[in-house]
Design a protein around this ligand. Structure first.
Ligand code: DGI
Ligand code: FE
Ligand code: FE
Length: 248
């Protein structure tokens, strides 16, 4: 048995967890690295979705989506849960985000544009050219107003799931990646390689997805949304930086 002589710290972890659940700052009460980890992994937050009944949500979605799309949705939900466990994120939160990410996929382009007008959602030039991109934005709106989700991290993950965004939160990045690799997907090239990679290096996996999506869109002649492009450049630079840090 070793006795450790340490300074007495008059801070209890229970109090810290309570402060976080009540959205109070813990700045200066833990080392900065611990605070950064707690924030980026969304730890100890009160899950505002505790009242959410997942089976009911699933039933409602199943009635709205085509069978193939619903299967994909369940695949994304389970994959997001797996990745949540891998990257120490709240699993329930990621399941809900995965389940709802494509909840507006039942609308055609005309309906998506009409919904944006109705809900006062801005439509960019790129979205006007490719209105299917709007299912992400409209989906976030529906998740909040029709499926009762209030957690901003979930809503933002749904909003960004098609183009990604530079410097995504872990929740956003996991939904983005899960959407691409879920087990029912079978068309994209390098799928198995990417599936393997995202469990080893999430940023590298994200970069590979962006490379392949951009190549696919170029081949099809579809215009790139500038967010997709910015996201690609962000993760390319981040991965290159990580490699050069490792070499030094
Ligand atoms: O809704 P899903 O089919 O599950 O997946 P998604 O929301 O990622 O949408 C995939 C489609 O979106 C796929 O065909 C690629 C396309 N996409 C992704 N980024 C862009 C894009 N399409 C255009 N036009 N521009 C983009 O930047
Ligand atoms: Fe989608
Ligand atoms: Fe999807």
């Amino acid at each position: 048995m070793h006795l450790l002589h340490t300074k007495e710290v008059p801070i209890s972890s229970t109090d810290l967890r309570k402060r976080i659940a009540n959205q109070k700052s813990i700045s200066g009460m833990v080392p900065p690295e611990a605070e950064e980890y707690i924030t980026s992994h969304e730890l100890y937050q009160k899950l505002s979705e505790t009242s959410i009944n997942l089976p009911k949500l699933m039933e409602k979605l199943e009635s709205k989506l085509k069978p193939g799309r619903y299967r994909h949705t369940i695949g994304v939900m389970e994959t997001a849960a797996n990745l949540a466990l891998r990257y120490c994120m709240p699993m329930e939160k990621l399941r809900i985000a995965g389940l709802l990410h494509d909840c507006a996929k039942c609308f055609d382009n005309k309906e998506l544009l009409a919904r944006c007008k109705k809900y006062n959602l801005p439509v960019s030039k790129a979205e006007k050219r490719s209105p299917h991109l709007l299912h992400a934005k409209v989906g976030a709106y529906l998740a909040e107003h029709e499926y009762g989700i209030s957690d901003p991290a979930i809503l933002q993950a749904i909003r960004l799931h098609t183009t990604g965004a530079p410097d995504m939160s872990l929740t956003e990045q996991i939904v983005f990646v899960a959407d691409y690799i879920e087990p029912n997907r079978n068309r994209a090239k390098r799928l198995d390689e990417i599936r393997h990679m995202v469990y080893m290096d999430l940023d590298m996996g994200t970069l590979m997805i962006l490379e392949d999506t951009i190549a696919y869109l170029k081949e099809k002649g579809d215009p790139l949304d500038e967010t997709t492009e910015e996201t690609y450049h962000f993760y390319k630079a981040k991965v290159e930086q990580a490699i050069s840090d490792r070499v030094q």
